[in-house]
Design a protein around this ligand. Structure first.
Ligand code: FAD
Ligand code: NAP
Length: 341
């Protein structure tokens, strides 16, 4: 029996951080797995194209969504178990990621402090293996529970079955659009093992004059850095980095470096180098550029922004122009990180 309210012609503007004005043919919200299973049993999800949505901070709508959008509001945080060194904590997919980070810091559980202030919900965190300042979700991931949409069965995925990669997982590849992630559990440390080598964190901690380092200090440092250079989606529509940092083989790296000696790159595993896509886009002349109602952010060229009233198609077209010019200047192909609908 259907117990969730399904709305028609629903305006998604408040459900995507780009602030794109589009409509979903149908829209519903779920608060537990049973809500979702009843949608499956009633055949609602088989008839229509479907999209599971969390905070909408990694999507770009280029047109009205001709199907059903299911907003995941499954809440709850539970301590599953612990040993001398670790806790195993589970969070509902609809929990706000940053609130969960603060909750764990408050409890004295370490491991996700570097991932402070990433917008969106817990359920999306394994989707692209969210990462920042040298830490990725895969580093602390334990298991996730998901409902298989076509069978209605509950399945469990451990770390290896998620096939995590750089801003990647099986849920963006082979299993795309096949599962609703309902909860995620993490293995967090009871003892501090801080990661502060990355980027500006050390500098910020120095500025904050921290004497005895805590997870809260790291979280505050990350919040300060992020707030100083990333646009707040409530003020300026965006979905964070629009492109991934390209990972290329060493031979190609040496070719590009030969032609562009200031190329910014980092080792990315055996024989691989990761290029800073923001630097490539900046060098191609895009940083701060305004094109119609959208543009490239003036403090971080990886971020495309909606200056107000842009359509998703206009932002997508801008991203194609950026891709093309980086390809022409450096011979390097950028890949979009944001999910396009
Ligand atoms: P949504 O945008 O709602 O969904 C993203 C994708 O996941 C969609 O394909 C959706 O269908 C799918 N999905 C969502 N929830 C579920 C579920 N429960 N089950 C199945 N599928 C689901 N990302 C980083 O990795 N690192 C960063 O540092 C970072 N910084 C950002 C900064 C800003 C200012 C912004 C706007 C974005 C940033 N992002 C970053 C991107 C984004 O915040 C993350 O990808 C986040 O995990 C998206 O969460 P969400 O709930 O908003 O997902
Ligand atoms: P930054 O510190 O200016 O660094 C630029 C790029 O260089 C980053 O993309 C980062 O790669 C890489 N980098 C810097 N120091 C590195 C190191 N010591 N080792 C390996 N790689 C290094 O980047 P930023 O734009 O201010 O972002 C800071 C962090 O937040 C980054 O980790 C970034 O991924 C994350 N972030 C992500 C999004 C998103 O939407 N995905 C949005 C904003 C910020 P990595 O990206 O691989 O870390």
């Amino acid at each position: 029996m259907q117990k969730t309210l399904i709305q028609s012609d629903y305006n998604l503007k408040a459900n995507n951080t780009f602030g794109i004005e589009v409509q979903a043919k149908k829209y519903t919200e779920i608060t537990d797995e049973d809500d979702f299973k009843s949608l499956i049993e009633d055949g609602v999800l088989l008839k229509d194209e479907r999209l599971i949505l969390g905070g909408g901070s990694n999507v770009l709508f280029t047109k009205n969504f001709d199907g059903i959008v299911i907003k995941n509001n499954i809440k709850g945080i539970e301590l599953l178990g612990e040993n001398d060194d670790h806790v195993f904590v589970q969070a509902g997919a609809g929990e706000t990621w940053h609130d969960f980070v603060l909750y764990c810091i408050d409890k004295g559980w370490y491991g996700i402090e570097n991932l402070s202030l990433i917008p969106g919900n817990v359920g999306a965190s394994p989707m692209q293996n969210i990462g920042a300042y040298g830490v990725e979700v895969k580093d602390v991931f334990h298991e996730l529970e998901a409902v298989h949409i076509s069978s209605g069965e509950t399945h469990y995925f451990n770390k290896s079955s998620c096939e995590f990669g750089y801003r990647e997982s099986v849920f963006k590849m082979d299993m795309k659009n096949q599962y609703l992630i309902s909860s995620v559990s993490f293995r967090l440390s009871k003892k501090p093992n801080f990661s502060v080598e990355y980027g500006a964190i050390k500098q910020e901690l120095d500025k904050m004059k921290v004497s005895e380092l805590t997870a809260k200090d790291i979280s505050n440092a990350v919040i300060n850095i992020r707030s100083s250079k990333l646009p707040n989606p409530k003020v300026l529509g965006n979905a964070g980095s629009f492109f991934k940092n390209p990972v290329i083989d060493e031979t190609t790296f040496h070719q590009v470096k030969g032609a562009h000696e200031n190329l910014v790159a980092y080792p990315a595993g055996e024989g691989k180098m990761k290029l800073a896509a923001g630097w490539l886009i900046d060098q191609a002349g895009w940083k701060g550029k305004v094109v119609g109602k959208c543009g490239v952010h003036d403090l971080q060229a990886l971020v495309l922004v909606n200056h107000g009233g842009a359509t998703g198609q206009e932002i997508y077209d801008l991203s194609s122009e950026v891709l093309q010019s980086v390809k022409e200047k450096f011979g390097v192909e950028l890949e979009r990180e944001v999910n396009i609908y």
